[in-house]
Ligand binder design. Structure first.
Ligand code: UDP
Length: 239
């Protein structure tokens, strides 16, 4: 049976790489459509959904700066990559009839709305899915931090971090068969043990505002809805 979810407003964070499928780079439309299905099944429950999508499938600032590019320029390129991913996801959601707004932290009014908090909240109240693009709008940050920042601003009850594995492990479960999954872990343990849930600034921002992070597998069809309804396996990061 399915328990009704107690969540009213959530943030879904996925990496850009979640959109590339088995390709080594870029966007794989069937994979984007599959993630749109995951969002649809949660949206159908009446849950208000915010999303942040990374840009690592297209460009990462650190990668650019390692190749001699100026760091801040490279970071802006990374932020622009997230806008492309956001537009692809918007297109996939709207193909399903789900009204979706892309809100960019860097102004580009022909392409996306600027971020105005009260307007964003209104979209959620009207059950529009929001995709926050261009990260925080600042270099030296990541989209994990952007997801945490926007989740706080939107009063989301939790961040759901969709990954390739069903939670946080003490070591890489794809390499070590004896890796142990945490059911619960504290923010401080994540930081001390370098558990790699999100970068340290994102974890600290979640900790300081008591925002739970739930790490789950996006590879399971229906997984996102299942986790919201208390089924499946995940790791909950909290205080
Ligand atoms: N980025 C940034 N500021 C932000 C968010 C992202 O400068 O607030 C840049 C940074 O260069 C990063 C790139 O955008 O490498 C892509 O984001 P991220 O690495 O978080 O993507 P993901 O790993 O989630 O795909």
């Amino acid at each position: 049976g399915t328990a009704p979810t107690s969540y009213q407003r959530v943030m879904l964070k996925i990496s850009g790489e979640a959109l590339m499928g088995d390709q080594g780079y870029g966007l794989h439309p069937p994979t984007v459509a599959r993630i749109a299905d995951e969002v649809e099944s949660v949206h159908k429950l009446g849950v208000e959904v915010c999303m942040v999508i990374g840009g690592g499938n297209i460009f990462r600032g650190l990668q650019g700066s390692a190749q001699g590019m100026e760091r801040t320029t490279a970071d802006y390129m990374g932020m622009l990559a997230t806008v492309m991913n956001a537009l692809a996801m918007q297109s996939a959601l709207e193909a399903k009839g789900i009204h979706t707004r892309v809100i960019s932290a860097i102004r580009m009014d022909e392409v996306a709305e600027p971020y105005i908090r009260r307007r964003a909240v209104r979209h959620l109240e009207k059950k529009r899915v929001i995709i926050f693009a261009a990260g925080t709008g600042n270099p030296y940050f990541t989209t994990d931090t952007a997801a945490t920042l926007r989740a706080n601003e939107m009063n989301c009850e939790a961040i759901f971090k969709g990954t390739k594995v069903d939670g946080v492990y003490d070591k890489d479960p794809k390499k070590f068969p004896d890796a142990k999954r945490y059911e619960n872990v504290t923010y401080d343990e994540v930081l001390q043990k370098h558990l790699g849930v999100m970068d340290a600034s994102a974890i600290a921002l979640a900790r300081d505002n008591g925002l739970p992070i739930i790490v789950f597998s996006l590879d399971e069809p229906g997984g996102f809805r299942g986790i919201l309804e208390g089924r499946g396996t995940s790791t909950q990061v909290h205080g």
